[in-house]
Design a protein around this ligand. Sequence first.
Ligand code: 5GP
Length: 181
Amino acid sequence: MPELAKNLKPLLSAQQIQQRIQELAHEIRRDYAEKHPVLVGVLKGAFMFLADLVRELRFPLQCDFLKISSYGQQTESSGQISLQLDTTIPLTGRHVLVVEDIVDTGLTTAWLLEHLQKKSPASLRVCALLDKPARRRVEVPLDYVGFRIPNRFVVGYGIDCAEAYRELDYIGYLADQEENS
Ligand code: 5GP
């Protein structure tokens, strides 16, 4: 067991994450195996999740990416969303699965769905590794969810705090960030 990063309390181990990804892949394979979908990873936080997920899927698919403005060094969403990088694969008539790291207020996901819907996909669904329902401000349909987690600011497994912690293979929360309100 590798040493835990300082100031981090463990929430989800690497083993728990990988086990859950296998289960999600099973569901997604059942729904998409014949559809040659486009998986759209939301940068940067979802890069590790997308990479592990597609390796478990083992059917033909394409990957694309979007980048939107993030929290930066803050732990609360500003609600101000701007697109920094758009998808490049034409999505008209394609089955699109958005792969996200965390859905918190839901504002980002709602914005992304509206944005991608304008590209006229055949279908549009969301797969989120983490769901923090406690602070939801807008209802968003989550078709596949890895874990429902408490209202804490989490890092690791691709998810950062001021660009730190992304490299960890597990997810933890900052020790000084007990339950947010
Ligand atoms: P929402 O728009 O749903 O409030 O926020 C979604 C985005 O906010 C996520 O994709 C993620 O980038 C960021 N976010 C939400 N909760 C957390 C968290 O606990 N830790 C980190 N590092 N980012 C978060």
